[in-house]
Design a protein around this ligand. Structure first.
Ligand code: AGP
Length: 663
């Protein structure tokens, strides 16, 4: 997704904005730009490709004294990656500069109406309407109605929102609106700047926008302020000493400050070097919000001596499990303490159905959670893709709980799923990694993953943390009334050591990855707890090696997938210790009989499998319910080494973004 960074303070804006953009590179982008505002003429630089290209262009500009700047990494939605489409976008007078993350759904309507007033557009983007719209209101003024209308009204009404531009009371002029046929001529016909403030014009423009936005805007005539606004797209303000920061997520500013303020929907902030003024434009009230302390350690977000963030984050699995259990599982008293659920513990006692909503890897973690919660706590669980859930018409009762799982806490589909049940009386819980993220703040209660920042687009340690937390929630909900309670709690505390054992012997996995990296198709098979692992393993391979890979329940082979098998179609079978192992071995036999190459994950000590298959990766013995934590590490490493063998951009795979903040 796009990334936004801003700086206002008593130092040069160059370094903090450049380093912030680099910190956001993991989100995926194809162009970047920065606008610098100082008492001199504003300077905007844009480049297609990497942030380094901006750095090189800046070096050619000589010393830049600006202490106000906004920057942007663009992940193309409307319009191809190009310098003209890169942000910041500006008005014709080059006095207003805007960066934006999100989508303006009604930008065509606004664009065509502004063009009738003589506004000229240079890009294909939706974002470019914003600086021109602010310019329009600065010149034409803003009516009391517009100010009073707030952002109420149905989406349909707002989709047709026609900015009303009657001028303020103390100016005589005709009532006009962007729908008027009368074209406005730029240049000599332009009126002197309006009597409204930039903030008023900014807010009037926001009220015309339909869609999702995180916006940073600067005005050349006010070189001491950044104006920001948020609607359904993340935005965080970093609070420094005589300096303040703006970013799409905390990783871009945490080297400067750990004091952050998260904006909520419909909030606008006026940021200067020593002040942050927030108000809610829907309720038309000032907002007083204390800053929060970031819990991410800067060093955790730094690559260290790993070649890729993905490998670093896979190798963090042992401490990820420890961080997710620390202070929560007590081996001596066999207790589980989930502080984040304490406020809803009474309600949890009456929950008779849990609907898990998530996307991608988080969805597959949810599938493991389904098995865990049903087996340990005896509560029916249904896992739904958030993108499907939000459009379904299904019954809910007040004894249903919704459990949203998200690493970023900003996934638009998952946010929409939570919004859908607002007012239903459904308990909304979250399992989130990013502290203070939107989902963390939308839900009634939840459990943080504490896995630290996950930079690689491919989610690895987040899956490990999510499954660990799901196991803890299952134990908590079981209230100790399952024979598995103590063994699973004790075993979970031993998992970091077992994870370490896998990570100390990755050469076998690397060898097999190289051997199988040339295939064009892959089938992943699993049963019961390892079925979600097969789905997740297939996703990992797909998303970083671009090889077509499908995960299937092993029992489904005869119902279709077997037809695909031949010597060019390998299968990755998960055949770990389980009451169902024999059945999976027969699947393997069927595949072998059709000359399908097979590699297997098995449990250490299994004497049978080697008689059948030569390419075997062993995991340490553990309870079947916790095998996904170890299987996942193997599958993540396998995909990683395949992608490295194919010399692909492991941390930033093509077409993908880390945080999918648009639907
Ligand atoms: C997984 O490797 C992908 N990066 C993607 O499927 C991701 O899991 C999904 O977009 C959900 O993200 P979230 O956990 O931040 O909500």
């Amino acid at each position: 997704m796009c990334g936004i960074v801003g700086y206002i303070g008593n130092k040069s804006a160059v370094k903090p904005v450049l380093s912030g953009l680099k910190a956001l590179e993991y989100r995926g982008y194809d162009s970047a730009g920065i606008s610098f505002i100082s008492k001199d003429k504003p300077l905007t630089i844009k480049q297609v490709g990497r942030v380094e290209a901006l750095e090189e262009e800046l070096a050619e500009q000589g010393t830049i004294t600006a202490n106000l700047a906004i920057g942007h990494t663009r992940w193309a939605t409307h319009g191809s990656p190009s310098i003209l489409n890169a942000h910041p976008h500006q008005n014709t007078d080059e006095t207003i500069f805007v960066v934006h993350n999100g989508i303006i759904e009604n930008y065509q309507v606004i664009r065509s109406r502004l063009q009738k007033f003589g506004y000229k557009f240079v890009s294909e983007t939706d974002t470019e309407v914003i600086p021109h719209l602010i310019d329009y209101y600065l010149i034409e003024g803003v009516s009391q109605e517009t100010q009073a209308s707030g952002v109420q009204g149905t989406d349909e009404e707002r989709k047709e929102a026609v900015p009303i531009s009657t001028v303020t009371a103390n100016r005589s002029s005709k009532r006009s609106n962007l729908g008027a046929s009368a074209g406005r001529v730029l240049g000599s016909a332009r009126k002197q700047a309006g009597t409204v403030s930039f903030l008023e014009a900014f807010e009037a423009a926001l009220k015309d926008l339909v869609g999702a936005y995180a916006i940073g805007a600067v005005y050349a005539k006010e070189p001491g302020k950044i104006y920001v606004a948020r609607l359904s797209s993340p935005l965080v303000i970093g609070v420094g000493v005589h300096e303040n920061f703006l970013a799409s997520d905390p990783t871009a500013i945490m080297e400067h400050t750990k004091k952050v303020i998260y904006l909520n929907d419909y909030e606008v902030a006026e940021i200067s070097a020593d002040d942050v003024k927030i108000h809610d434009i829907q309720k038309a009230i000032a907002v007083h919000r204390e800053h929060e302390e970031l819990d991410f350690d800067q060093e955790k977000a730094v690559l260290g001596d790993y070649p890729h963030f993905m490998l670093k984050e896979i190798f963090e699995a042992p401490q990820t499990i420890q961080s997710a259990t620390r202070g929560r599982l007590r081996a001596d008293t066999n207790t589980v303490k989930l502080g984040g659920l304490e406020s809803v513990d009474q309600q949890l006692k009456y929950i008779d159905r849990i609907v898990i909503v998530a996307c991608g890897t988080s969805y597959y973690a949810g599938l493991v959670g389904e098995y865990l919660i049903e087996e340990l706590a005896g509560i029916p669980v249904e896992v739904q893709l958030a993108s499907e859930f939000k459009y379904r018409n299904e019954p809910f009762s007040r004894s249903t709980a919704l459990l949203a799982i998200s690493q970023s806490g900003e996934t638009a589909d998952t946010i929409a799923a939570i919004k859908k049940v607002e007012g239903y009386g459904v308990l909304r819980l979250g399992i989130v990694n990013t502290v203070g993220s939107t989902i963390a703040r939308m839900t009634d209660a939840g459990v943080y993953c504490h896995a630290g920042p996950e930079q690689s687009v491919a989610s690895t340690k987040a899956f490990i943390a999510q499954v660990t937390v799901l196991a803890e929630i299952a134990l908590h909900l079981s209230q100790g009334r399952t024979r598995l309670y103590k063994p699973l709690l004790q075993e979970l505390l031993k998992l970091p050591e077992k994870a370490k054992e896998i990570l100390e012997h990755t050469e076998e996995i690397e060898i097999l990855a190289k051997k199988y990296s040339g295939y064009r198709d892959f089938l992943y098979l699993g049963r019961n707890y390892s079925y979600p692992c097969a789905l997740e393993g297939a996703l990992k391979l797909k998303e970083i090696s671009y090889i077509h890979a499908e995960g299937f329940a092993a029992g489904e082979m005869k119902h279709g997938p077997l037809a695909m098998i031949d010597q060019d179609f390998p299968t990755f079978a998960i055949a770990c210790k389980s009451p169902l192992l024999e059945k999976t071995l027969s699947n393997i036999e069927e595949i072998k009989a059709r000359k399908g190459p097979v590699l297997v994950i098995a449990t250490k000590g299994d004497k049978q499998i080697k008689k059948l298959i030569s390419d075997v990766i062993y995991i340490p013995d553990t309870l079947e319910q916790l095998q996904p934590l170890l299987i996942a590490i193997v599958l993540q490493l396998f995909s990683y080494y395949v992608a490295v063998e194919k010399n692909l951009n492991v941390d930033r795979p093509r077409n993908l973004a880390k945080s999918v903040t648009v639907e």
